[in-house]
Design a protein around this ligand. Structure first.
Ligand code: ZN
Length: 77
């Protein structure tokens, strides 16, 4: 997978195992682009290898910053 670029936006989900954000696809989302996700996606977390199905509403656009892609709001840890 290509390295993330600072300041670019990516489609991400928050892992149902470790709560970390990770990319759904490696290409960044162009600024202002509308992204439609029609299908649930089965994704594997690169950090903890937890595999789960994610609904389109769970997939969001996050800007990659120094702190990373962030964590789910309210997550423990
Ligand atoms: Zn994980």
């Amino acid at each position: 997978m290509k390295a993330k670029e600072l300041g670019k936006s990516y489609l991400v989900v928050f892992c149902k195992g470790c709560q970390a954000g990770f990319r759904v696809q490696e290409a960044p989302v162009p600024d202002g682009a509308k992204v439609q996700i029609a299908q649930p996606q089965t994704l594997k977390c690169p950090r903890c290898a937890h595999r789960a199905e994610y609904q389109p509403k769970e997939i969001r656009i996050a800007k990659f910053q120094k702190e990373g892609l962030g964590k789910r709001r309210g997550a423990a840890s």
